[in-house]
Design a protein around this ligand. Structure first.
Ligand code: SF4
Length: 111
């Protein structure tokens, strides 16, 4: 499932630079994907674009936004379940210049 930011967000901005997929945007800011600019998903708080979120699969073994958020409001979205394979496939689309073959860093392989 992609990660989502709850309304507990205090707009500190700590998460945005940590995302390997540039999936996090400040409230009100348009988001970009495949060369297209899209309307902000939230006007008030930071938000994560589901199409761009791989839960850090392919890069880290923990969601980096959740790791830095001071109020623990970066959480898994239970309404958007995705398998590790689906998340790796997403990473390949977002980063066509990188290889994600073999074992990749993933929260699924933790513990
Ligand atoms: Fe909001 Fe947490 Fe991101 Fe700070 S780190 S902007 S509180 S989601």
């Amino acid at each position: 499932m992609s990660t989502t930011i709850t309304e507990e967000c205090i707009n500190c901005g700590a998460c945005e630079p940590e995302c390997p997929n540039t999936a996090i945007y400040e409230g009100g800011a348009p988001w970009d994907y495949e060369g297209k600019s899209n309307a902000a998903i939230s006007e008030e708080i930071y938000y994560i674009v589901p199409q761009k979120c791989t839960e850090c699969v392919g890069f880290f073994d923990q969601e980096q936004c959740a790791a830095v958020c001071p109020v623990d409001c970066c959480v898994a979205n239970p309404d958007d379940p995705e398998t590790e394979e689906q998340l790796v496939a997403k990473a390949r689309v977002i980063h066509p210049d990188r290889s994600f073959d073999g074992e990749v860093p993933s929260r699924f392989s933790k513990g």
